[in-house]
Write a protein that binds this ligand. Structure first.
Ligand SMILES: *[C@@H]1O[C@H](CO)[C@@H](O)[C@H](O)[C@H]1NC(C)=O
Ligand SMILES: *[C@@H]1O[C@H](CO)[C@@H](O)[C@H](O)[C@H]1NC(C)=O
Ligand SMILES: *[C@@H]1O[C@H](CO)[C@@H](O)[C@H](O)[C@H]1NC(C)=O
Ligand SMILES: *[C@@H]1O[C@H](CO)[C@@H](O)[C@H](O)[C@H]1NC(C)=O
Length: 452
């Protein structure tokens, strides 16, 4: 029997009727019927028994009696659930000994359900009536709509087709938060990490977005929030974050030496910074030349000091004396005929408390007094040899007969002369304006109070 096809069976039932059920039937044969149909309303087998595959035949004989095949019997044809009647729904047993029509039951079929993207369905009985088709979605997708459809007796499916939609957000995991110490000598740290990967039940390729600073770049001191966001193709979103903290390790501030200063790399006191000791002109460093801020926040080595340079006053020539000051100190040569010279005395009075200020300006005072054989020359308490005194007088044309002062710069060049006493303010103002370089001026401003 062919699938989907109900078969009409309107059969001459002679073979199926139990033999001997009715003896009278045997007395009739085809030829007799053809020749002389004698109407017999009582004969129960006037028409052949009718049956309907997948259906039911209900007959009613007008003259009473339950026989379906009597002449004039009417039969109603009804199909079982799931079948549709094709043909006559009501037939009658005619005088010709035939039924007035035929009918059969055809199996009702719903249309083939379309496939749904990202999902599938399975049906209990194919596409026939009462078959239930259950929809399932692929991993990562969820059914939207009804989960099943049923083939109705009308041949239509119940409900509407569901869809599989991706409602599962992707998964993403950030690397752990981290603390980095700034690289030595820097206020930043280079921080790197492996960008996270994301997974999604539905999508293979995901769009991961970094919000924040890129890995393998220099991070400033402080906390930085790094976020990653990921979207799947259905725009489901997931995010994660972690924190990059950069710590700058710092040593305590290193004090500048007295009569000197520090020059430091980086920002002076961060891990890795190196500070070099420098001494003012006329001072010499005692101790380490530099110190490094170490990881444990302490400075390497011990503090250096700047001590006054040792002056050799027992040199034979003026140039040997001057060489000792070359590029280190300025010189103020004060000359007077004798110690009781009024200008000299006045000058001494005016700058008697200027030692500190002169030192800040890197000025050493040389005094030349009187004439040979009583002539003297000295730097503070150190007496100079007479050859040196004469040498200086000649080199800078300094007279023995009157008061005068010569100001030499750090290269020993004669920069200014005074033949009358000058006040401390005048002298300092001249030096500050014409002899100091930029850096000296800055440090002078820094230490000006030092002399008060
Ligand atoms: C069939 O009908 C013919 C005459 O029409 C008769 O001779 C014959 O005996 C009948 N057969 C039977 C089996 O009744
Ligand atoms: C710091 O570390 C250095 C060596 O790296 C060590 O010599 C020094 O003692 C340490 N200082 C402190 C305070 O721990
Ligand atoms: C001074 O000169 C004499 C010779 O003229 C020499 O012997 C002596 O070493 C010199 N002194 C110095 C300190 O240069
Ligand atoms: C000092 O020098 C002045 C000239 O400047 C002179 O008049 C005076 O007599 C000198 N005094 C002594 C003690 O030599």
């Amino acid at each position: 029997m062919l699938l989907n096809r109900a078969v009409l069976l309107f059969i001459l039932m002679s073979l199926l009727v139990p033999v001997g059920a009715d003896t009278e039937y045997d007395s009739y044969n085809q030829s007799a019927e053809d020749e002389s149909p004698q109407l017999d309303y009582t004969y129960p087998y006037w028409c052949h028994s009718v049956s309907l595959t997948n259906g039911e035949v209900t007959c009613h004989s007008p003259r009473g009696g339950g026989y379906r095949g009597t002449l004039g019997s009417r039969c109603k044809m009804t199909c079982d659930r799931g079948y549709r009647l094709i043909g006559r729904s009501s037939i009658q047993c005619l005088a010709t000994r035939r039924w007035s029509g035929t009918a059969y039951c055809r199996k009702i079929r719903c249309h083939v359900l379309p496939l749904i993207p990202h999902g599938r369905y399975t049906c209990s009985q194919g596409f026939y009536v009462d078959s239930r088709c259950d929809f399932t979605c692929r991993l990562g997708y969820r059914i939207e709509g009804e989960h099943s459809r049923t083939c109705l007796p009308s041949g239509a499916w119940s409900g509407v087709q569901p869809v599989c939609s991706d409602t599962d957000p992707p998964k993403i995991k950030c690397p752990p938060s981290r603390l980095k110490v700034a690289d030595p000598g820097k206020l930043t740290a280079r921080v790197t990490w492996d960008p996270p990967t994301a997974t999604d039940t539905a999508d293979k390729s995901l769009n991961i977005v970094l919000v924040g600073q890129n890995p393998d770049t220099d991070f400033q001191e402080g906390a930085h929030v790094i976020r990653y966001k990921v979207y799947d193709q259905a725009r489901n979103r997931a995010a994660c974050k972690f924190i990059v903290r950069v710590e700058v390790r710092r040593c305590p501030d290193l004090p500048s030496p007295l009569h000197g200063y520090l020059s430091c790399t980086s920002v002076k006191n961060n891990y890795g910074a190196t500070c070099e000791y420098h001494c003012d002109g006329g001072y010499e460093r005692k101790g380490v030349s530099s110190r490094v801020c170490q990881f444990n926040r302490s400075w390497s080595g011990g503090a250096a000091e700047c001590t006054p340079m040792e002056l050799k006053s027992d040199v034979n020539t003026s140039s040997a004396l001057l060489d000792q000051f070359y590029e280190k100190r300025r010189l103020l040569i004060v000359s007077a005929p004798n110690i009781s010279d009024p200008d000299y005395q006045l000058q001494n009075l005016m700058i008697q408390k200027s030692d500190c200020g002169l030192d800040l300006r890197h000025v050493t005072v040389i005094e030349l007094l009187g004439s040979p054989p009583q002539g003297t020359g000295r730097i503070k308490e150190n007496l100079l040899q007479s050859d040196v005194i004469e040498g200086l007088r000649q080199a800078f044309r300094i007279s023995r007969t009157y008061f005068s002062m010569v100001l030499l710069d750090e290269r020993g060049l004669d920069r200014e002369r005074f033949i009358t006493p000058v006040s401390q303010e005048e002298l300092f103002s001249y030096i500050d304006s014409f002899l100091l370089d930029e850096e000296e001026r800055e440090r002078l401003d820094l230490h000006r109070d030092f002399c008060d």
